[in-house]
Design a protein around this ligand. Structure first.
Ligand SMILES: *Cc1c(COP(=O)(O)O)cnc(C)c1O
Length: 230
């Protein structure tokens, strides 16, 4: 079943790429495995999945310890500053940086490990009260400040679009974030550093790809519904 769902997602990603005239290699699929047991992740791993997204520090570190070391772990959930130290050498990309305080903490912890942390700026494009993330107009000043940090590299932008019935409703949000992403790429002389636009989840990843996403974060579409009661 996991195999079928994975194939279905893969097929839809390809179709969205085709519609948008994009190459399949331009889009990276993150398998969002939050709440799923290690055995399920192992099953996905055996089917070839190597990039997993988790939204809780403790869950990410526990799964990191339990699973093969060639997995790439992405931290996609809200991150508290006091927990940065647990994931700094485990998460390949932190998608959810939304404050200077958090960026400063990442800088400090990355320096301790003598590594450069790759981050995305989380943007609350729709300015929903219930969501984390910066406002659009805060992003460029933030990126400029963080560019002075020796151990932090801003790789791009991330958003969690509103939950909507019809994914078409989110198209303009994805298009707006894509525009901002292009602006930031232009400002950045080293064009390769800013290369990630993380947007689109199970409900709307096809529209996100059509609007320029380079990473889509798909949970339910691959693993089925989550059971938070367990
Ligand atoms: C849970 C989660 C996802 C995946 O959501 P699905 O709708 O199950 O695909 C993507 N991004 C973030 C930040 C999440 O927390």
């Amino acid at each position: 079943m996991l195999k079928d769902q994975l194939q279905e997602v893969e097929k839809r990603i390809q179709a969205a790429c085709d519609r948008a005239g994009r190459k399949r290699e331009e889009v990276t699929l993150i398998a969002v495995s939050k709440t799923k047991p290690v055995e399920t992740l192992q099953e996905a791993y055996d089917l070839g999945v190597r990039i997993f997204g988790e939204n809780k520090v403790q869950e990410l570190t526990a799964k990191y310890e339990a699973l093969p070391k060639d997995i790439h772990w992405h931290m996609i959930g809200h991150l508290q500053t006091n927990k940065v130290k647990y994931i700094i050498d485990k998460a390949e990309l932190i998608h959810s940086v939304d404050s200077l305080k958090l960026a400063e903490t990442i800088e400090k912890e990355a320096a301790k490990h003598d590594l450069i942390a790759d981050i995305l700026v989380e943007v609350n494009v729709a300015e929903e009260e219930s969501k984390f993330g910066m406002k659009m107009e805060e992003v460029i000043p933030f990126v400029e400040k963080v560019s002075a940090f020796p151990h932090v590299r801003v790789r791009g932008l991330m958003t969690i679009a509103p939950f909507v019935e019809d994914p078409e409703e989110n198209r303009s949000i994805f298009a707006d974030l894509h525009k901002l992403y292009i602006d930031i790429k232009k400002k950045n002389h080293d064009n390769d550093t800013v290369s990630v636009l993380s947007m689109g989840m199970t409900n709307d990843y096809e529209v996100a790809i059509e609007e320029g996403a380079t990473m889509v974060r798909v949970g339910t579409g691959i693993f089925g519904a989550r059971n938070y009661a367990v």
